[in-house]
Ligand binder design. Structure first.
Ligand SMILES: Nc1ncnc2c1ncn2[C@@H]1O[C@H](COP(=O)(O)OP(=O)(O)OP(=O)(O)O)[C@@H](O)[C@H]1O
Ligand SMILES: [Mg+2]
Length: 241
């Protein structure tokens, strides 16, 4: 479970990028975070994951404050950032072993997971190569595997489908659904509203640093009185009509 409590954050001139945000992401669901470019999705995710300091308020991950107990909180989640940057000079398998060592994943377990996921994602033969030789999508797949290696309860993903081929995107969506069904939490940002509509049990819409809607996709359509696509409902609520 992720709880964002009265969180505000500014980058420059005290203009609030995130303005008194409150959001609770329950266990057992896939939760989508949608909003226009510059709305504050990545900023929020970077505060949840401890990359960015929180100016006001606090964020709890399974009850652990990212501000006051960062190490404890970080043990409870896995994070896939929007830019798949890993240590370029390492080979894929060296990187995965490094992450597995850090999270103390037993050798047999890590071999089993890496073999299964790297085969499914079609990068098993590339694991011996340096990451600098990988395409964007291949790096994305490697980071996804690294997150799944230690099987964290909370998955946090910033635009994870970007750059993935259709098969990989399909596998990832399936993994996200399965993870939530086991009682875990999946929180991800996306611009692909078809994906949100298909896999999210709940969504939040953010605009200019404020949450303007929390609920199901159907509830959003009901709220804006549109009975067609999530895309049209999204555009309508953003336009404030
Ligand atoms: N490092 C930074 N320094 C100053 N301002 C920043 C910085 N990073 C983001 N911002 C500003 O914060 C606001 C929110 O940006 P953020 O990256 O969180 O948006 P986003 O919702 O993730 O957008 P996108 O859909 O384009 O990824 C924007 O106005 C952006 O210009
Ligand atoms: Mg972003």
């Amino acid at each position: 479970m992720i709880e964002i409590k009265n969180v505000s954050q500014s980058y420059v001139n005290k203009v609030k990028t995130i303005d008194n945000m409150n959001l609770k992401i329950d266990d057992g669901i896939v939760f989508g975070f949608i909003g226009p470019n510059g709305a504050g999705k990545t900023t929020t995710i970077e505060m949840i994951t401890g990359i960015l300091n929180i100016d006001e308020g606090d964020i709890l991950i399974d009850g652990k404050s990212i501000k006051n107990s960062p190490i404890e909180a970080k043990k409870n989640f896995g994070f896939v950032p929007d830019t798949p940057d890993a240590f370029e000079k390492l080979t894929g398998i060296e990187y995965l072993n490094f992450i597995a060592d850090m999270y103390e994943v037993p050798t047999e377990k890590r071999l089993e997971i890496v073999k299964k996921l790297a085969t499914e994602f079609g990068i098993i033969d590339n694991l011996k190569d340096r990451i600098q030789s990988y395409s964007h999508g291949m790096k994305q797949k490697l980071l996804i595997i690294s997150v799944l290696l230690h099987n964290p309860k909370n998955w946090i993903l910033d635009e994870p489908m970007t750059g993935l081929d259709p098969k990989a995107s399909y596998i990832l969506k399936k993994l996200m659904k399965e993870h939530s069904k086991k009682g875990n939490t999946v929180f991800f940002s996306t611009h692909v509203l078809e994906v949100a509509e298909k896999i999210c049990d709940k969504i939040a819409v953010i605009d200019k640093g404020k949450i303007i809607f929390i609920g199901t996709c159907d509830e959003l359509k009901e709220k804006v009185k549109i009975n067609t696509s999530l895309e049209e409902s999204f555009l309508k609520i953003i336009e404030g009509k």
